[in-house]
Ligand binder design. Structure first.
Ligand code: AMP
Length: 601
């Protein structure tokens, strides 16, 4: 499969985005989808799965005037993912005039309704809101050709299974169905059997490693936000002191950006991508070999066929889209019995993909804490002292004696030595900069230990960063069994007097809090929705503001009581022990004792 097989409008969009070739999942899925077949893809964020289903949908959009009802529906677990998929479809389909709409809970339904009425080609929706529109008649699925279930395991986890079933029932039986999921629990297999027709199953195979030929490579990973990549890389390189490094990026645009950022920090970095002619490539390679360049920033396509043996380090500025590509990349170092280091930077949302790469390649990739600037400066000072000691033994510095005599006449010898050391250690200060980078590793590792993995389920580190969260209706049982969650540090639990009785979903509450009190969605903590009330965690220093804001508004058209949760944790613990537990967290319709707020402790 080549991108040039696609219609020219799409090819131009992909070239402008700097994509050079399809990722493995795209290569496998796109031809099947273009033929009209169903696909089940085991793929996490970071594999290029969005384009894998988006491009075939856009490729088959009619040329002339298009109808009002959508031809494709993409169901996603969260508001954030809905927005991301919406953005991807919109940017790929701009020249085609693709009409894409994201619909999710927590946003005004009226505006979504009006856009649906004017005509939409692709709807990207969270299942709850899609069902809402379907029941109100604003979403018409009669013309649907394709349904995509993206991050199916995550949708099941959030209790959307029944909603998805109801939506699929309302679609034409002739539709094409695509399902992507990072894990394949049995419940998903059941849905696949019921709703997909002879699907092509796509899983990226394990790369073949010949015994005894595995390179000797130390593999490390650092969790940093994309925006902190250059600053983080500067610190890591300072720690590693590589001889020469090959840094891989996904797109040409990323290559250019990162090269520019590293150069502005004082690195000698060269960009290498498919857009460069042979002469320019040769020049860049010559500089790396001669040691006048220390970093080579490249796409996979550009690095193919490069024969460089000076490399000590390989860096994945972003995780590669498949384990196979990971293996190829790290095979660039550790050759001929030499040691090599492979470093991967990843966004917290790509933790699944990192675990998948580890599992498939059988490699251990250790997640490291980002070195602090203070640590690096201390290490650097230690190195300088060692160098001075070596030089004192080796000698050969008499040429500076004349100038030194003069200095020693003017100043105290100890002060002179200190000033010289200061100058020597300050030389790489610019490269480090004073960036305040948040190291996300401790958070990630803490979450992993707090929530041990069940079977294959990956740690849901990114959950709090997404829009819809907490238990969906389908999860009321398990939450009831576990009892209420303890309030997180720095957070205050609020009581909101509305729950499943008004069809409240986590996204509605996050939307109301973000919209009315100006918090970011990610500031809102755990949400437990019960029949008639909801408990939600907000940062303690914003609690009063949130209470005031929610009291002044309606949630899903309902004016609800909002106040601080009255029960302290010891009292709350009792929910998990005695009879009140039933009323609080299961579906019982008997009036809840909790609703009257008895004082239990
Ligand atoms: P996804 O797995 O769909 O979340 O995509 C991960 C990232 O890869 C997104 O930032 C995409 O823009 C990017 N991407 C998708 N396909 C390609 C490709 N063929 N080449 C380079 N980057 C890609």
């Amino acid at each position: 499969m080549h991108f040039s097989d696609l219609r020219p409008e799409l090819l131009r969009a992909l070239t402008a985005l700097g994509y050079e070739e399809p990722t493995p999942i795209q290569e496998a899925a796109i031809p099947v989808l273009l033929r009209g077949g169903d696909v089940v893809g085991r793929a996490a964020t970071g594999t290029g799965k969005t384009a894998a289903f988006a491009l075939p949908i856009l490729e088959r959009l009619a040329d002339g005037p298009r109808g009002t009802a959508p031809v494709a529906l993409v169901l996603v677990p969260t508001r954030e993912l809905a927005l991301q998929v919406n953005e991807a479809l919109t940017s790929y389909g701009r020249e085609l005039g693709a009409r894409v709409l994201a619909v999710y809970g927590g946003a005004p339904i009226g505006k979504q309704w009006r856009t649906l009425e004017t005509g939409v080609d692709v709807v990207v929706a969270t299942p709850g809101r899609a069902l809402d529109h379907l029941r109100r008649g604003s979403l018409v699925l009669d013309e649907l050709q394709t349904v995509v279930l993206d991050e199916a395991d995550e949708m099941f986890e959030r209790g959307f299974a029944e909603d998805i079933e109801a939506i699929l029932e309302a679609t034409p039986s002739t539709r094409q169905t695509v399902l992507f999921s990072a894990t394949m629990p049995p419940r998903i297999d059941g849905m696949i059997r019921r709703h997909l027709r002879d699907p092509e199953r796509i899983e990226i195979a394990a790369p073949a490693v010949v015994a005894g030929e595995a390179p000797k490579v130390t593999q490390k990973a650092y969790v940093v936000r994309r925006s902190d990549r250059a600053a983080a890389l500067a610190r890591i390189l300072e720690l590693e002191s590589p001889v020469a490094t090959l840094v891989f990026c996904r797109t040409r645009i990323d290559v250019d950006d990162l090269t520019e950022q590293l150069n502005s920090r004082g690195y000698r970095a060269e960009a290498l991508h498919g857009g460069l002619g042979q002469e320019a490539r040769d020049r860049v390679m010559g500089r790396l070999r001669a040691g006048t360049a220390e970093l080579l920033i490249a796409t996979d396509v550009a690095a193919r066929g490069l024969d460089v043996d000076v490399l000590s380090h390989v860096v994945n500025a972003e995780l590669p889209t498949s384990p196979e590509i990971y293996t190829h990349r790290i095979g660039r170092v550790g050759r001929a019995g030499r040691d090599g280091v492979a470093i991967s930077l990843f966004d917290p949302r790509q933790h699944n993909q990192l675990q998948f790469i580890e599992r498939i390649t059988g490699n251990k990739i250790s997640i490291e804490a980002l070195p602090s600037v203070a640590q690096l400066r201390a290490a650097q000072f230690g190195r300088t002292l060692d160098e001075v000691r070596e030089l004192l033994v080796a000698g050969g510095f008499d040429s500076v004696a004349t100038g030194l005599d003069q200095l020693l006449d003017e100043h105290d010898p100890a002060k002179v030595a200190m000033a010289a050391l200061h100058l020597a250690t300050a030389k790489s200060g610019d490269r480090l900069g004073e960036d305040d980078i948040e190291d996300l590793a401790p958070r990630l590792l803490r979450r992993r230990t707090e929530r041990p993995e069940r079977g294959e389920r990956p740690a849901r580190f990114d959950r709090a960063d997404r829009g819809d969260r907490g238990a969906g209706p389908g999860e009321r049982g398990p939450r009831a069994e576990r009892g209420p969650r303890p309030t997180s540090a720095g957070m205050t639990k609020l009581f909101v007097g509305a729950g499943h009785n008004i069809g409240l979903r986590p996204g509605d509450l996050v939307g109301a809090i973000a919209g009315e009190a100006g918090l970011r969605g990610s500031d809102v903590g755990g949400i437990d929705i019960s029949d008639r009330f909801t408990l939600v965690e907000v940062p303690s220093d914003r609690a009063d503001e949130v209470i005031a804001a929610l009291r002044g508004t309606t949630i899903k058209g309902t004016k609800a009581v909002v106040r601080r949760e009255r029960f302290a944790e010891p009292g709350a613990k009792k929910f998990g022990q005695g009879a009140p537990k039933k009323n609080r967290f299961n579906d019982s319709t008997t009036p809840s004792r909790f609703a009257k707020q008895p004082k239990w402790s």
